[in-house]
Write a protein that binds this ligand. Structure first.
Ligand code: PCA
Length: 324
């Protein structure tokens, strides 16, 4: 009898160990209230539910675990198993990462989705070489210009300190006579309050999340491009999962791509109204300004195509064909 009890206890222990939940951390750079972070939490819940609690992902928003600029490396090196990053901020590593930030190449939600679909096969290959498995990607709302004064043409931007978030936005600043300073979204309220920066190009979403009306006065809709966040898993961690868990994650990722897109679309009008309700002047950029920016966009497109070679050109061709 004693022996039997002992065996039963041993079996129970083994079973307990085999089903102990695996815990993953998921750093995200944007505030907890931001729609990407909210969507990431829904994704984590989906995985928790789908695996019966065996894979338990904790989302850390607002850059609290790793700052935006550190997240990609942290996932690559296995410091964390999964994370979300604005890939265009890593264009210096690989031109393809910056394809979503070429001014006026894809400037609507529909175009952004088509550009991503055309980019995805090549992008997955590049990420895999960096020990990353791509799960899903969600666009930010269209990008517009923020200032603390009225701006009607590029000449009005001369010498302004401009907050950039990737090399494309830094380049845009240079080509418009502004002075770029790279700052993560989590830090922009302070940067504007202290005068380190006095303008930026971003979505209504980020202006709203960071309450930029405390320092800035104008938002000009430009619809320049829709940069995207990508959720990526460390490839070793991915390979270690069993098939059933990988299937759940892929299913939840597909769902998150749809719900994230939907949230982004909904948040666009909501946040634009929010900026106006808080006293900002919100409206379309002047035709003259848009025309000047389009010319700059052509220069930047040519530069990007030069840097991205044949593979980049093939992706752009595939995208253009899908838009016809
Ligand atoms: N918000 C992010 C990236 C693009 C956007 O709309 C930011 O400003 O950092």
């Amino acid at each position: 009898m004693r022996k039997m009890l002992g065996m039963a206890a041993a079996i129970a222990l083994t079973a307990g160990a085999a089903t102990a939940a695996e815990k993953w951390d998921m750093p995200m750079a944007y505030s907890d209230s931001n729609f990407h972070t909210q969507n990431g939490k829904v994704f984590a819940n989906c995985v928790r539910t789908g695996t019966g609690g065996e894979l338990d992902i904790t989302v850390h928003g607002g850059g609290s675990l790793f700052k935006g600029g550190e997240i990609k490396r942290a996932v690559q090196t296995g410091q964390v198993q999964i994370g979300e990053r604005l890939l265009s901020a890593h264009q210096n590593e690989e031109p393809l990462f910056g394809i979503d930030s070429i001014p006026f190449l894809a400037s609507s939600f529909d175009a952004s989705e088509k550009l991503f679909a055309a980019t995805r096969p090549a992008l997955e290959g590049v990420l895999e070489e960096q020990n990353l498995h791509l799960l899903y990607s969600v666009p930010w709302p269209p990008q517009g210009l923020y200032f603390k004064k009225e701006v009607n043409e590029v000449a009005d931007m001369e010498g302004i300190k401009f907050r950039s978030y990737n090399s494309a936005t830094a380049k845009l600043a240079e080509l418009t006579g502004m002075v770029p300073v790279q700052i993560e979204a989590a830090e922009i309220s302070q940067a504007f309050a202290t005068g380190v920066a006095e303008s930026m190009i971003s979505s209504g979403a980020t202006g709203y999340d960071r309450k930029v009306w405390e320092s800035l006065t104008h938002f000009y809709e430009v619809d320049g491009w829709l940069p995207r966040n990508a959720v990526m898993v460390n490839k070793d961690a991915w390979d270690d999962l069993d098939d059933a868990t990988r299937n759940v994650m892929s299913g939840c990722a597909e769902l998150a791509a749809y719900s994230g897109l939907w949230r982004s679309i909904q948040y666009t009008d909501f946040t634009m109204k929010g900026l106006a309700d808080n006293g900002m002047t919100v409206g379309k950029a002047s035709d003259a300004l848009v025309a000047e920016l389009q010319t700059i966009g052509e220069t930047m497109t040519a530069d990007w195509l030069n840097s991205a070679g044949e593979d980049g050109a093939a992706v752009v061709e595939a995208y253009k064909a899908s838009m016809e």
